[in-house]
Design a protein around this ligand. Structure first.
Ligand SMILES: Cc1ncc(C[n+]2csc(CCOP(=O)(O)OP(=O)(O)O)c2C)c(N)n1
Ligand SMILES: [Mg+2]
Length: 576
C-alpha cells in the first residue's frame, strides 16, 4: 500500500456530489486498502451501506477488540496499514485495548469510529462516548470530523501519520450526520500537517562517529528492536553485523530481524532472555541500539545497565533518545537509510577474545529444559513445532509463560514472523492476531502458541476463522494456571497462589462447537503426531496440550535486578 507518500492525494478535475460515507470508502480505496476489519452499529450504518458492494475484503470479528487486534496483526504481517471500524459508544470503547496494544508496539493502524449526530454531542446521547477523549493517550493522533469538507483530507492524514515516522494507531471519529451529508468534491483535498515533520536521513557526521566507535570497539553488541522490522531494515542489519563482525541480540519485538541460526545471534535479551545475551550486554564496551526503546523488561535495573558501554542509539523517534538511558551517539532517522550508510564506513574486526567469551557463555548456559521428564514440557512442544515447520511459520502468542517459551525455543529466521503483544502484554491477542496474519498472508502457516487463560479471553474469534475458512492453528500450552502469575507467586509471594487457577473448558470440544477441529494431547509421545496432523489440517485447528502445570520460565531477571543477576541458572545447569 502506497500510503506514505505526500503524493498519495490524487486530484481529479471532475467535481462530483458524494455523501460522507462514499467519500470515506473512496478515500480508503485510494489509500490502497484491500482488507479491513470491523463491526457494525447504529451510527456507522451509512458507511456499512457503502461498504456493501465496495471492492474491499471485509472481516467481521465477534468482538471489536478482536477486530482491532486482527487489523494490528494484519499490519505487522504485511507491512501495510491495518484498518478497523467500530460504531460509537460500546463499539469504540471495545477498541481501547487494541489501540493501546498497537500504540505500545508502534503499529500502523487506522481506526474509524462512528459518532452520534453532531448536534447531540455532549448530551449523553444514546451510545455516546467521548471517543477522542478516551483514546487520546493511546493513539499517535486522533480527531473528530465535524465538517464533511475535512473528511477526505483527515483520512489521508490518518494513513500518512500512522505509517510514517514512528508508526502508530490513528483514530478518526465521524458523526453519523457527516456520513449522510452530501457535498460536491473534486477529490483533491491536500494534507495539511505543518507541525508534523519526519526525519528519515540520519546526520552524516553522527553516522561517521558511530562507525568510528564500532571500528574501535573490542566488545560490541547490537541490540535490535521492532523498529528494524517496521523499517524493513533486516538486510541492512545483516550486512552491518557481518561486515563489522558484531554479535546481535534482539528484543521480543525484534525477533526475526536477524536469523537466529546464524553464529552472531545471541537470541533475546532481558527478563527471560538468554544468559549469553544478558552477560554480553553487561560486559560490552559498545552497545548499538537500533529501533529499540530500552524498555524495563530489557534493561533490568537501569543504573546497572550495560555499565561499561558507550551507547549508540539509532531511532526514528527523537523523543526516545536518552529517555531511559543516557545515549552517547544518537542518530535520528530511518533505520534502513542509516544502516546502509553505516555499513559503508565500518570495517571488519576479528574480536577473537570477545567472541570466545560469548561462545563460552553459550556453551555453558543454553536454553534448557528437562528432556527426560515424562510430562509434556511446553518447551518440547515449541521445539517440535519449530522442527516440523522448519522455522518458517508465522507465530502469534498469548501473554505469559507461553509467550516467553515461544521467544526462547522457536528459532525465528525472517522479519514479521513473530507477532506478539510486547509493550502492553495483552492477553487475548494471540487468536485474533493469528486471524489478521493469515488474512494478510494466505499462504503462510500461521500458528498461535497460546496460554489457556489468554485464549479464554478472545476464543470466540474461532468463529470468525471458521467463517472465513482460515487454516489457522492454535496450540494451547494448557497448564491450567495463569502460569506467569503463578510463577511470580511461587517465587515472590510464598507460594500463595491467589486467584491464579481457574477451571477451563475442554478446548477440543469448544473448538468443535465453533466449527473448528479440536485435538487433545495428554501424552508426551503423541506430541509429534498431533502437530503433524494439525499442520495438514485445512480448517482452523485447536490443539490442547496438557502441559506440566508448574513449569517455570528460566532464566529470570527479577524485577529491579540487574541483567547479570539471573535466577534459575543453577536449575538450567542441573539439566545439562
Ligand atoms: C488482559 C490482561 N490481563 C491481565 C494480565 C496479567 N497477566 C500477565 S500473564 C497472566 C497469566 C497468563 O495466563 P495464560 O494465558 O494461561 O499463560 P501462561 O503464563 O500460563 O502461559 C496474567 C493474568 C495481562 N497481561 N493481560
Ligand atoms: Mg496458563
Amino acid at each position: 500500500m502506497k500510503s506514505t507518500s505526500r503524493t498519495s492525494t490524487r486530484p481529479t478535475t471532475k467535481t462530483t456530489i458524494k455523501t460522507g460515507a462514499q467519500i470515506i470508502v473512496d478515500t480508503l480505496i485510494e489509500q490502497g486498502v484491500e482488507t479491513m476489519f470491523g463491526y457494525t452499529g447504529g451510527v456507522v450504518l451509512p458507511l456499512f451501506d457503502r461498504l456493501y458492494d465496495a471492492p474491499i475484503n471485509f472481516i467481521v470479528p465477534r468482538h471489536e477488540q478482536g477486530g482491532c487486534h486482527m487489523a494490528d496483526a494484519y499490519a505487522r504481517a504485511s507491512g501495510k496499514v491495518g484498518v478497523v471500524v467500530a460504531t460509537s459508544g460500546p463499539g469504540a470503547c471495545n477498541l481501547v485495548t487494541g489501540l493501546a496494544t498497537a500504540m505500545m508496539d508502534s503499529i500502523p493502524l487506522v481506526a474509524l469510529t462512528g459518532q452520534v449526530r453532531t448536534e447531540l454531542i455532549g448530551n449523553d446521547a444514546f451510545q455516546e462516548a467521548d471517543t477522542t477523549g478516551i483514546t487520546r493517550p493511546i493513539t499517535k493522533y486522533n480527531c473528530i470530523v465535524k465538517d464533511i469538507k475535512d473528511l477526505a483530507r483527515n483520512i489521508r492524514e490518518a494513513f500518512y501519520i500512522a505509517s510514517t515516522g514512528r508508526p502508530g494507531p490513528v483514530l478518526i471519529d465521524i458523526p453519523v450526520d457527516v456520513q449522510v451529508t452530501k457535498c460536491s468534491t473534486d477529490g483533491s483535498a491536500e494534507m495539511k500537517l505543518p507541525g508534523y515533520k519526519v526525519r528519515t536521513k540520519g546526520h552524516a557526521r553522527q553516522i561517521s562517529t558511530a562507525a568510528k566507535a564500532i571500528n574501535s570497539s573490542k566488545q560490541p553488541v547490537l541490540y535490535v528492536g521492532g523498529g528494524v522490522i517496521s523499517a524493513n531494515a533486516s538486510e541492512e542489519l545483516r550486512a552491518l553485523a557481518e561486515k563489522a563482525h558484531l554479535p546481535v541480540t534482539m528484543t521480543l519485538l525484534g525477533l526475526g530481524s536477524y536469523d537466529q541460526r546464524r553464529p552472531e545471534s545471541l537470541d533475546m535479551l532481558g527478563m527471560h532472555g538468554s544468559a549469553y545475551a544478558n552477560y554480553a550486554v553487561q560486559e560490552c564496551d559498545l552497545l548499538i541500539a537500533i529501533g529499540a526503546r530500552f524498555d524495563d523488561r530489557v534493561t533490568g535495573k537501569l543504573v546497572n545497565f550495560a555499565p561499561s558501554a558507550k551507547i549508540i542509539h539509532i531511532d526514528i523517534d527523537p523523543a526516545s533518545i536518552s529517555k531511559n538511558v543516557r545515549v552517547d551517539i544518537p542518530v535520528v532517522g530511518d533505520a534502513k537509510e542509516i544502516l546502509s550508510a553505516l555499513v559503508k564506513e565500518v570495517e571488519y574486526r576479528e574480536r577473537k577474545p570477545w567472541f570466545n567469551k560469548i561462545a563460552e557463555w553459550k556453551e555453558k548456559f543454553p536454553f534448557r529444559y528437562d528432556q527426560n521428564s515424562s510430562a509434556i514440557k511446553p518447551q518440547y512442544v515449541i521445539e517440535e513445532l519449530c522442527r516440523q515447520t522448519k522455522s518458517e511459520a508465522t507465530i502469534t502468542t498469548g501473554v505469559g509463560q507461553n509467550q516467553m517459551w515461544t521467544a526462547q525455543f522457536y528459532k525465528f529466521i525472517k522479519p514479521r514472523q513473530l507477532i506478539s503483544s510486547g509493550g502492553l502484554g495483552t492477553m487475548g491477542y494471540g487468536l485474533p492476531a493469528a486471524i489478521g496474519a493469515q488474512v494478510a498472508r494466505p499462504d503462510a502457516t500461521v500458528i498461535d502458541i497460546d496460554g489457556d487463560h489468554s485464549f479464554n479471553m478472545t476464543m470466540t474469534e474461532l468463529a470468525t476463522a471458521v467463517e472465513h475458512n482460515l487454516p489457522i492453528k492454535v496450540c494451547i500450552l494448557n497448564n491450567g494456571y495463569m502460569g506467569m502469575v503463578r510463577q511470580w507467586q511461587e517465587l515472590f509471594y510464598g507460594k500463595r497462589y491467589s486467584k491464579s487457577y481457574l477451571s477451563n473448558p475442554d478446548y477440543a470440544v469448544v473448538a468443535r462447537a465453533l466449527g473448528a477441529v479440536g485435538i487433545t494431547v495428554d501424552k508426551k509421545t503423541d506430541v509429534p503426531k498431533a502437530i503433524k496432523e494439525m499442520l495438514k489440517e485445512k480448517r482452523p485447528c485447536v490443539v490442547d496440550f496438557r502441559i506440566e502445570p508448574k513449569e517455570n520460565v528460566w532464566p529470570m531477571v527479577a524485577a529491579g535486578k540487574s541483567l547479570n543477576e539471573m535466577d534459575g541458572l543453577d536449575i538450567l545447569e542441573s539439566m545439562a
